[in-house]
Design a protein around this ligand. Structure first.
Ligand SMILES: *[C@@H]1O[C@H](CO)[C@@H](O)[C@H](O)[C@H]1NC(C)=O
Length: 216
């Protein structure tokens, strides 16, 4: 009897593969990512670039560093040019491939219930980043990088919401005053549609009510 109970328990509590509730597409602004002490390359892109695509859960533990297939360049050759342009490493001394590999090892390997292989994972990020085209969304709302202008966080969020990409999570360099926009994170259902709101308690990390989006 005890053995039967044990077997039934084992059946119901067998650890399943790491699953995720939603996906976070993190976009970074190279200029502010590269503030000291970051050590960046020269000739940074003047556009939001992809930082990562993170499978996430509503509650901790957040998936990271799962066991899975290693990335090799030949798995993504068909999209390599786009990855170099849209998902570049900004760090001096780190190749683009090392950056992709780091992101794959930390996050991508935890998303195998959504993406069967690295090509699908990386392609998804490129497709969704282009579909949202946040630089354009903000530009259409007269929000663009500038040395002088200060934007209210609400205005930035509203522009993104009204374009149909949901309430994002913003991250800023808080040591600057006003805080400097560094990252915009969009949240997606695992079926690829944008969520109405990123399901985080804290939607503004380090950002004040106003922020700058500096050009240099
Ligand atoms: C995607 O999933 C969400 C949440 O389950 C659902 O509300 C939405 O209708 C789905 N969209 C599509 C296109 O399947």
């Amino acid at each position: 009897m005890a053995r039967l109970v044990f077997l039934i328990c084992l059946f119901f509590f067998l650890p399943t593969v790491m699953s995720c509730d939603f996906l976070v597409l993190a976009l970074q602004w190279p200029i502010t990512y590269c503030r000291p002490p970051s050590n960046c390359r020269t000739g940074l892109p003047q556009s939001l670039t992809i930082r990562g695509l993170w499978p996430s859960t509503k509650f901790p533990p957040y998936p990271a560093h799962c066991v899975g297939k290693d990335l090799s360049l030949n798995m993504v050759t068909s999209i390599e040019d786009r990855l170099h342009n849209e998902w570049p490493s900004l760090n001096s001394g780190q190749s683009d491939f090392s950056f992709w590999e780091m992101e794959w090892n930390k996050h991508g390997k935890c998303s195998t219930d959504v993406f069967p292989d690295p090509l699908t994972y990386f392609s998804f990020a490129l497709t969704k980043s282009r579909a949202a085209d946040i630089m354009r969304v903000l530009d259409l709302n007269a929000i663009k990088p500038s040395q002088r202008e200060i934007f209210s966080a609400v205005r930035i969020v509203s522009a993104i919401v009204n374009a149909g990409f949901g309430v994002p999570q913003l991250e800023c360099n808080y040591l600057a005053y006003p805080s400097e926009l560094r990252e915009i994170r969009l949240c997606l259902h695992t079926n690829g549609t944008f969520m109405q709101r990123c399901p985080y308690n804290n939607l503004k990390i380090g950002c004040g009510l106003t922020l700058s989006w500096p050009l240099q």
